[in-house]
Design a protein around this ligand. Sequence first.
Ligand code: PAF
Length: 281
Amino acid sequence: MKILKTIEEVRAQVKAWRKENLTVGLVPTMGYLHEGHQSLILKSVEQNDRTVVSIFVNPMQFGPAEDLESYPRDLQADAELCEKAGADVIFHPEPEEMYRPGFCSYVNMTGLPDALCGLTRPVHFKGVCTVVNKLFHIVTPDRAYFGEKDAQQLAIIRRMVMDLNMDIEIVGCPIVREADGLAKSSRNIYLTKEERQAAVVLSRAVTFGKHKIEEGCRDAKEIVEAMKALIAAEPLADIEYVEMVNMDTMQPIDKVQGTVLCAMAVRFGKARLIDNFICQL
Ligand code: PAF
């Protein structure tokens, strides 16, 4: 496995693979990889001849008061995980390689980012769309892999690919959880021992919400309020949002029907964690 730092090197590598008619999968990440990322890499290795994992903590998707500086980084551990999972290349550029002086071209979507995480993270999805677009142009993958934990991000990337006629298959992969249910996240490292125990309430809320729907409840407000009450009973949890939205528009719904995303963002101390479930009726 190679670790490449420049766009030129990646382009040369992909060109050589293309000469041999090999297919290429891309797993975009910000590093500090865990079993969730591993599942994306394994899927890509299964579906493509070659796999590139990008590791880039993208400054453009962090707001001024967010955790860009403290975001966890461990290239050596990441490289071991990638190698074990069968990746062929890690693309690990410096910020100056991705954003040259005078950079001023952005992908700015309307609509889908103006909900859920986009409301409290106003620059986030512009940064995500711009960097993912750049990675797609650099690597020119056949397929790209994203986790369903970031359900809004996945919906936005699918929309961008459709709207901008990109010839790339977007593959969503299921949330990977710890044994007690907590969704795997690089940001779980911020949790103290007490907060880590408290954070299990998120997956309990997911199970509870699903159960209410299985029992026949179709009133989105009733489900959301019950989930909020369950989370709020945990003193270390500070709810940013719990919402049920239409999966295609990200707009709040009254009645559970069609494809619905029930998503939440909750703070535990320094960690802002997200979780969700999708239901199809
Ligand atoms: O999900 C992430 O880790 C990031 O948002 C992504 C897609 C790698 C873009 O920086």
